[in-house]
Write a protein that binds this ligand. Structure first.
Ligand code: MGD
Ligand code: MGD
Ligand code: SF4
Ligand code: MO
Length: 672
């Protein structure tokens, strides 16, 4: 009776998280009784985060969507429960009408977010491309900024296995807070420390990760490049740099060295605002280290000069000789983890792509040519997570028909006409690859779908036959497993040594061995060298060299930076129901000195505002933030009116056409 196949199932957490942990559920009578981490998982090693351990609570949460709902007027809240049959009829009718009216489907748009990164969930992209020309609306994606920066220098984005950080003698974390956002990295960092390695955290905010550091450096936001350049100057002065790398494996270093020679030390120190003693100590450690592991977080990227700052850190890594060495290198993300067929079909040659955070696209849906008449939202909560949700609410309101597929009634779902309930990862089959570690894992279906939820594969499979007459080529498979099997490619086989789901069932983990990337120091650029000078960057109107570029700063009128980082106990706008935080409501952290100047008390409700909007929020005194920075964690605060992105302007980052400079937000704070 109690054989494994009957009641124990294997899962992968499909959040847009570094870890993609594996977990084991034990099921009785179609109910998940217990959930634990899978100990043999090479990266996460059986431990889950607080959110992972709360999945049973999430799965049966009373707020989960049970049925399809329809509302005639978006935002009216007058939802009618409808049948799936009726829902499919409504969708079919809208799509056929668009085709009839326009002769094509470009007015039909898909907005997909990062709510679930499993291969299964690319079924929506796949379905849209199978319709021929449709529209893809992209919101922000921070990673693209870092990818573009790394591509200018090295040609492509690769990363050594992050567990190799345990062999580092010096780890520098630039704008990353893994103690909150990448907890499985911490044991590897601690192992390095135990072996005598040093850890440096560079962050304007004294974070949970900073508490673990041997040296914490508080710098002005968006000035990491200035600090990296200061370190390069120190290395040159001490004649302590990798001459072989520069001469044999790099391109344009002479120009770079000449250019930074013109930027004085005093000027760079003024820019980054770091105390000189800290720079001196860090420079001493950098000089002594054989190789440095640079962990680049996304906090650093959410600035209008974020990409350029990454290039300056890479320049430091190149000059110091960290790239291609054991215990060294750049740890950002892998770009090459999307190898399945449906991941390669996110857009087709007929797709119209609209980057909604670009100024020219901040226009009503009817002003696009052709207009946007139907929007499908999947795994996204842009009315909370994107900059300027005020614009998005209007944008949604003006689209004649909006469909949202989710597990919860989010603010985005509330601004939709049709809300479709979908399955959790315990209720569907999936495969998840990681953009951080090297594992691939199978997620098994363990329990029946919650009430009437349907998996996204099932939704598309039901819809496709209804749209055959207008050329929908989405293939019908008999099961999720068959659909997933059809997505395997040669590249998947080459990387993970598996051809289908059954092989993945038997093979627990990837056989590929740990490899130090760029070990031969042959890069993927045109010259095969590391590019200090990038003609590609220059052609795009960016700096050819990795020189510091100023970003915006607070002004007299808006004297505070507003930094809105990720919270340890929520996941973007998910897990909002977990009441694990110190405070149950949204809080703004302010330094007591700054607060006292404005006669603001601890616990007082204040107004925070700027040119774009205002919010009312409770104050918490904190010594973790400098006197000119306010911190509010990003996410969905369903019990309050706080939506921090009301204050965030849709300012693009310098690189990666989807990046938003979330942390270049400036505000004032006042008593109510
Ligand atoms: N618990 C949890 N884990 C998560 C997520 C979550 O929401 N919750 N989200 C996941 C996702 S989608 C992502 S992208 C990652 C994000 O996780 P991280 O990469 O850690 O990014 P952030 O939380 O945005 O910012 C990290 C730090 O950067 C600092 N920072 C801001 N500006 C600068 C700067 O200019 N320079 C430097 N040096 N530091 C700066 C912030 O103060 C913050 O402490 O986490 C993933 N993991
Ligand atoms: N101010 C500020 N804003 C930020 C950030 C910041 O640091 N500061 N960070 C940005 C970053 S890095 C990111 S990645 C984005 C993240 O923002 P989003 O991409 O919107 O991600 P989530 O909020 O994690 O999830 C979106 C929705 O997906 C739903 N979902 C979960 N699983 C599934 C599923 O299987 N199917 C479907 N259809 N839906 C599902 C969730 O319930 C949720 O409502 O936010 C960005 N916004
Ligand atoms: S959110 Fe991240 S750390 Fe937590 S269980 Fe999921 S993959 Fe693991
Ligand atoms: Mo993200």
């Amino acid at each position: 009776m109690n054989t494994r196949s009957q009641y124990e199932f294997q899962h992968v957490c499909p959040r847009n998280c570094f870890s993609n942990c594996m977990m084991i559920s034990r099921v009785e009578n179609d109910q998940i009784m217990t959930l634990s981490g899978k100990r043999t998982h090479p990266y996460s090693q059986g431990k889950l985060c607080a959110k992972g351990y709360s999945y049973i609570e999430r799965n049966d949460h009373q707020d989960r969507l049970k049925y399809p709902y329809y509302q005639e007027v978006k935002g009216s809240g007058r939802f009618k429960q409808i049948t799936w049959k009726k829902a499919f009829e409504l969708i079919e009718c809208e799509i056929l009408n668009i085709q009839k009216k326009h002769g094509h489907l470009l007015p039909l748009a898909l907005y997909k977010g990062s709510g679930n990164v499993g291969i299964h969930h690319y079924v929506t992209d796949h379905f849209f491309t199978s319709l021929g020309g449709t529209t893809r609306i992209f919101g922000s994606s921070t990673a693209t900024t870092g990818f573009e920066a790394i591509e200018y220098d090295m040609g492509t984005v690769k990363m050594s296995n992050p567990s190799m950080i345990k062999d580092s003698t010096l780890i520098i974390l630039w704008g990353a807070n893994p103690a909150a956002t990448n907890i499985h990295l911490i044991p590897y960092i601690i192992e390095a420390k135990a072996k005598g390695g040093k850890v440096v955290v560079i962050d304007p905010v004294y974070t949970q990760t900073a508490e673990l550091a041997d040296l914490y450096i508080q710098l002005r936001p968006s000035t990491d490049g200035a600090l990296a350049t200061l370190l390069v100057k120190e290395l040159l002065k001490a004649d302590c740099y990798d001459k072989e790398f520069l001469e044999q494996h790099s391109y344009g270093y002479e120009d770079y060295l000449e250019a930074i020679g013109k930027n004085s030390k005093d000027n760079l120190i003024r820019k980054c605002g770091v105390v000189e003693d800290a720079i001196t100590l860090l420079a001493k450690w950098v000089k002594a280290a054989e190789a440095i592991s640079h962990v680049i977080g996304t906090g650093l990227l959410k600035h209008s000069n974020g990409g350029q700052n990454v290039r300056e850190i890479e320049a430091l890594a190149a000059i110091h000789g960290d790239i291609g060495k054991k215990g060294g290198g750049i740890f950002f993300r892998r770009k090459d983890s999307r190898l399945f067929q449906n991941q390669l079909e996110v857009v087709s040659k007929d797709t119209r792509v609209i980057h909604l955070n670009r100024p020219e696209n901040r226009i009503p849906p009817s002003r696009f040519s052709p207009p946007i008449e139907m929007l499908w939202v999947s795994g996204a909560n842009p009315l909370v997570q994107e900059a300027e949700p005020q614009f998005l609410a209007e944008f949604f309101a003006e689209i004649p028909f909006v469909v949202t597929v989710d597990l919860f009634m989010t603010p985005t779902a509330k601004m939709s006409n049709l809300i479709l309930p979908t399955t959790s990862h315990f209720e569907e089959m999936d495969i998840v690859t990681s953009y951080w570690h090297k594992e691939i894992s199978l997620n098994e279906k363990a329990v029946s779908p919650y009430y009437e939820s349907l998996s996204e594969w099932r939704i598309m499979t039901e819809l496709a036959p209804r749209l055959r007459e207008i050329g929908c080529s989405f293939p019908i498979h008999a099961s999720e497993e068959e659909y997933l099997n059809a997505q395997f490619t040669e590249a998947v086989e080459n990387r993970y040594f598996i051809k289908n789901v059954s092989e993945l069932k038997n093979k627990q983990f990837t056989a590929s061995s740990d490899r130090i990337v760029w070990e031969r120091r042959k890069f993927a650029t045109a010259t095969k060298q590391f590019h200090f000078f990038s003609t590609e960057a220059e052609a795009k109107g960016l700096q050819a060299l990795p020189l510091f570029v100023d970003g915006p700063s607070p002004t007299e009128e808006l004297p505070f930076w507003l930094i809105t980082p990720h919270h340890p106990y929520t996941f973007n706008s998910q897990f909002h129901f977990l009441k694990l935080s110190d405070s149950e409501e949204a809080i703004v952290e302010i330094h007591p000195k700054a607060a006292e100047k404005l006669s603001i008390d601890d616990g007082e409700v204040v107004k925070i505002s700027n040119q774009q909007g205002s919010i009312g929020i409770k104050v918490a005194y904190s010594h973790r933030v400098p006197t000119d920075i306010l911190v509010i964690h990003q996410g969905w605060y369903p019990d309050s009116d706080v939506n921090i992105n009301k204050l965030t302007p849709p300012l693009p980052t310098d690189m990666g056409n989807k990046g938003t400079a979330f942390y270049d937000t400036f505000v004032r704070i006042e008593k109510l």
